[in-house]
Design a protein around this ligand. Sequence first.
Ligand code: HXC
Length: 246
Amino acid sequence: MESPFKVDILKGKVALLTGGGSGIGFEISTQFGNHGASVAIMGRRKNVVDRAISVLQSLGIPAVGFEGDVRKREDAKRVVKETVKHFGKLDILVNAAAGNFLVSAEDLSSNGFKTVIDIDAVGTFTMCHEALEYLKKGGPGRSSSTGGFILNISATLHYTASWYQIHVSAAKAAVDALTRNLALEWGTDYDIRVNGIAPGPIEDTAGMSKLAPHAREWLPLHFIGEKWDIAMAALYLASYAGQLFC
Ligand code: HXC
């Protein structure tokens, strides 16, 4: 599909994406790269990261991959640092890494609950925390007046209630809270914009195949979102237009 945006709207920007090697994260990586950004991907599975990087490079996108787990602070620190070492600065952090499985609340162990909270919520906080010194105005490679941008990928599961998703609902509610609170604190103090996108069911993703194989039947207009839709929203938020209005 043809992008509604000019091809250079992220020219000169450096983006780091957790979970950027697959699903929605990979589509955002690709579209950021197609619109001028240099892209770093962090993921747990080396083969997935490697494959994603070769695709991006074959499209002419400057891209580098790092194996790492957002649950480990040392991984977060290393990947943020290596990204800045490789590209000279960091402008955009996208937190798209997530864990998910279907299980009833009765059958979910405390450790199962904690695992998803650790990946989605604590992992997002850790990445933001490690990226702060590079994203704040006056940080390495930045002007003294303009901060960077953080985008957290959430969900809509927790707006009401969702079967067999108590852990993910709690984790994504926490991610939304992080987004609002960081937008308040870091927007005020450091000119960092912090936004969230909460996708519903999205075609051709792990979330969709696990959670909502029949989603089309109960959705208004029987229309299921595509990864491209989320990537375009992300692009808007990360661009100068997003800077003006969000
Ligand atoms: C019950 C489970 C389980 C399952 C893991 N656990 N899978 N419990 N049912 N299917 C429990 C384990 O028993 C263990 O608790 C604890 O969780 C940790 O499990 P591990 O396998 O040791 O953890 P780990 O190897 O780190 O894997 C974590 C993971 C991850 C969360 C399971 O591998 C994963 O889910 N990967 C898939 C990623 C994914 O699908 N991403 C898409 C997200 S989509 P005990 O007590 O036994 O020690 C999304 C959007 C939602 O988020 C919106 C859609 C509409």
